[in-house]
Ligand binder design. Structure first.
Ligand code: GDP
Ligand code: MN
Ligand code: MN
Ligand code: MN
Length: 249
């Protein structure tokens, strides 16, 4: 069956304490098996994962890095507070978060929030996806798969795309290893990062500015089998290792 893609319109500006699953369920008649992509920005605003710049006192590292990146030292401190490890300080901060996600400025975001406030990524993005999934189940009784997205840059290519930072009700990866292609060759390395593919298309529907569409529903997507090991281990991750080595030199 053809996949249907539904942008969820008419959501208000999300405030701390808002019941995001309830607000979405008011606007969508969910069906079992739907995949809901929700922007991390609105999940974080609903849960209060935000910072007030005025309340941040930058430490010595933040002041030092801010002089290089020409950013507000308080913003840099918020980035450092969200980071488990810093892989690159300049020309932009590239951080690893406790979840394993690696992103520019640790995903700390000052768009789509009032002046002087910052959105930080949910500290437990897998838990965030499960939270939305169980909220929808509680309200509707429907078994909905959920992806929490953020807009991210990529290595090697200009331009940002949506990626999945958390997911629930499905595995991140559709594992094709052992499957045969059209000519009977056994696939040896193909692990398709399905949650990122869906997140990228969701991000296309959401837009990046004033569109006001922080949630997108995909209907009639197939199910798949795989695993959740989307982040390379430190031993496997040659790019991360190269950045760390370069940082020490
Ligand atoms: P991010 O990719 O998670 O950082 O989220 P964005 O800031 O790029 O926003 C993604 C989509 O959600 C865009 O269509 C925004 O206009 C929309 N959006 C962001 N915050 C809100 C909000 O509080 N309410 C509504 N209705 N839409 C929002
Ligand atoms: Mn944003
Ligand atoms: Mn963001
Ligand atoms: Mn975005």
């Amino acid at each position: 069956m053809d996949i249907q893609v539904i942008g969820v319109r008419g959501l208000p500006l999300i405030q701390k304490g808002d019941d995001l699953p309830a607000l979405i369920c008011d606007r969508v008649a969910f069906e079992d098996g739907d995949i809901l992509a929700v922007a991390s920005s609105v999940y974080s605003k609903a849960k209060g994962f935000t910072r007030d710049l005025a309340a941040i006192v930058p430490g010595a590292d933040a002041v030092r890095i801010a002089a290089k990146t020409k950013e507000d030292p308080r913003f840099v401190q918020a980035v450092l507070d969200s980071s488990a490890d810093v892989l690159l300080e300049h020309p932009f901060i590239l951080s690893e978060l406790p979840s394993g996600h690696i992103g520019v400025r640790a995903g700390v975001d000052h768009s789509n929030i009032e002046d002087g406030r910052l959105i930080v990524l949910p500290p437990d993005p897998m838990g965030a996806a499960e939270d939305v999934r169980s909220g929808i189940h509680r309200i509707t009784g429907k078994d909905v798969r959920v992806i929490v997205t953020d807009t991210c840059g990529r290595a090697f290519r200009r331009g940002q795309t949506g990626i999945a930072i958390g997911w629930a009700g499905m595995t991140a990866i559709d594992d094709y290893r052992g499957d045969t292609d059209l000519f009977g060759h056994v696939l040896e390395i193909t692990e398709e990062a399905v949650v990122d593919e869906i997140a990228a298309f969701a991000n296309f529907v959401m837009g990046e500015s004033h569109q006001g569409v922080p949630a997108v529903v995909f209907r009639n997507c197939k199910a798949w089998k795989g695993h959740d090991m989307v982040y390379f281990t430190p031993e496997e991750d040659i790019i991360r290792a190269a950045l760390k080595k370069n940082k020490k030199d």
